[in-house]
Design a protein around this ligand. Structure first.
Ligand SMILES: Cc1cc2nc3c(=O)[nH]c(=O)nc-3n(C[C@H](O)[C@H](O)[C@H](O)COP(=O)(O)O)c2cc1C
Length: 160
């Protein structure tokens, strides 16, 4: 089964988990990179990102060569922005037209994930959901323990 980890990350938390998953199950990685992004260190990112979510924006992404259609199983990860998935994922969902795939979802939040994973599922109907997992600021809290948890979770579902 060919596996791909697709994710967006502004501050590195989702990236950290994505890498732990990819390493654990031998998956390829596709990082979604919007052409325009706020400075991750600036508090303005909350206003900027929250506005993007509210306006339901689909930011243009930098070109990537990986074709998600070539994979059987996708792990899709996002930071939580305004209680939902980040706009880069909204763009990906319109591009992907994914059907009949095995999909596992994960998110990183500050503790209020809202209905992020449910909203992702709505955008990915026609696929089989094989797992979901959420993390709270994994780079700040028990970093290594979170990497272990992510790897265990991924192995368990990636081999099912
Ligand atoms: C624009 C923006 C909106 C956010 N909204 C939420 C939120 O609604 N709930 C929450 O728990 N955390 C929220 N956060 C915090 C991030 O989800 C959290 O820091 C996450 O770990 C960041 O992932 P990343 O490092 O991969 O970018 C928000 C962060 C940003 C930049």
């Amino acid at each position: 089964m060919k596996k791909l980890v697709v994710y967006y990350s502004l501050d590195g938390n989702t990236k950290f988990i994505a890498q732990a998953i990819a390493e654990a199950v031998g998956a390829d990685i596709l990082e979604l990179k919007p052409k325009k992004e706020p400075n991750a260190k600036s508090p303005m990112k909350y206003l900027w990102g929250g506005r993007q979510v509210l306006m339901k924006e689909k930011p243009e992404l930098k070109h990537f060569d990986t074709n998600p259609q070539d994979y059987d199983c996708l792990f899709i990860g996002t930071p939580v922005w305004a209680w939902t998935y980040a706009p880069a994922l909204a763009t990906f969902f319109t591009m992907g037209n994914l059907k009949g795939k095995k999909i596992a979802l994960f998110c990183c939040s500050g503790g209020g994930k809202g209905k992020t994973l449910e909203k992702m599922k709505e955008q990915l109907s026609g696929n089989e959901f094989i797992g979901e997992m959420d993390f709270v600021e994994p780079l700040k809290q028990d970093k290594e323990q979170n990497a272990v948890l992510a790897a265990q979770w991924a192995k368990q579902i990636g081999n099912s």
